[in-house]
Design a protein around this ligand. Structure first.
Ligand code: GLU
Length: 304
């Protein structure tokens, strides 16, 4: 039996058109493959008050729907702790006292991937650990990875292999790390299809590896192209009228914004999610980023 697709925004502010487009793609991939669709608010950090509610309202306003309940990561801390406990009990973790700066300055481990954690704290003696603890440094908990690379299959990118290092499971401030939370939650929510921006592709082999260590199923992945501004950089709030609220303030309707998103996927003049779903063919998806000039958006002639 098929599971669910999902969208998992971090509530750090309003979604921009690129985020809305990724959400629409996740929704299309899920429903078009006979799956349900779920929503998860990744509110472990970078939370702006009220942002999650606005994000969900914006997604509903452009016509997306999902199976309840919405899952909030901040309410699931015991699940992450249980997963970390399991890895710990299997001898797969160690405490790390390095600061960010120390990690940046340390040479990459021999044969290790670029930018990977060099393993400074991997084999500390009990005395060395006690010394660091006594100095009051908050310890993060890292995975003792047995591999340096892992391969996944992506619907759009094919076989994709990238670095796995001793990634952080629990941060120095005690919060679970994103990579751990995402793996635990996708499995708990029966997510067997992950559609998200291709900026997250490099972290995906780590997540798949972590899933296998936790004996959780690895979902199907599709990493989709991002939206760029006119200068070719990743679209951001500062690029102009890029959120649904910005567009509404300019006199556009959510339906018109939906039409713009559908057009960006290669389906011009489609006005409703149901109509788009009926036509959607994943293999026809543009493989290049969507470049838009937020100040020159929506031509009135293309409005529904
Ligand atoms: N919360 C992440 C973000 O908004 C997405 C995580 C995911 O889709 O796995 O960038």
């Amino acid at each position: 039996m098929k599971g669910y697709g999902r969208f998992a925004p971090s509530p750090s502010g309003d979604l921009h058109l690129g985020n809305l487009r990724t959400a629409l793609l996740a929704w299309l991939f899920a429903w078009s493959t006979g799956r349900g669709f779920r929503m998860r608010v990744e509110d472990l950090d970078r939370v702006k008050a009220g942002a999650a509610e606005r994000q969900l309202a914006d997604l509903a306003a452009i016509g997306l729907d999902w199976d309840p309940p919405v899952v909030w990561q901040s309410q699931r801390l015991e699940r992450y702790a249980a997963a970390i406990e399991r890895l710990d009990a299997a001898g797969l973790t160690y405490e790390c006292f390095c600061t960010r700066r120390e990690i940046q300055q340390a040479a990459t481990a021999p044969h290790g991937p670029m930018g990977a954690y060099p393993g400074t704290c991997r084999d500390l003696t009990a005395a060395e650990r006690a010394e660091r603890q006594a100095a009051g440094r908050p310890a993060a908990l890292r995975l003792r990875a047995a591999v340096t690379e892992f391969e996944i299959t992506d619907e759009l990118h094919g076989s994709y292999r990238s670095a796995v290092d001793d990634l952080v499971l629990r941060r120095g401030d005690g919060l679970p790390a994103y990579n751990l939370a995402v793996v635990v939650d996708d499995a708990a929510q029966d997510i067997d299809q992950v559609v998200r921006g291709d900026d997250l592709l490099p972290s995906t082999p780590r997540q798949a590896y972590l899933a296998t260590l936790l004996e959780l199923p690895v979902p199907q992945y599709a990493h989709v192209p991002l939206a760029l501004n006119a200068a070719g950089q990743r679209l951001a709030k500062r690029d102009g009228a890029v959120t649904l609220h910005d567009r509404i303030a300019l006199g556009e309707t959510p339906a018109q914004v939906f039409t713009l998103l559908a057009d960006s996927l290669g389906y011009p003049a489609v006005t409703t999610p149901a109509d788009l779903l009926a036509r959607f063919r994943p293999e026809k998806l543009p493989r290049e980023p969507w470049t838009l000039d937020p100040n020159g958006l929506l031509q009135p002639s293309s409005y529904p």
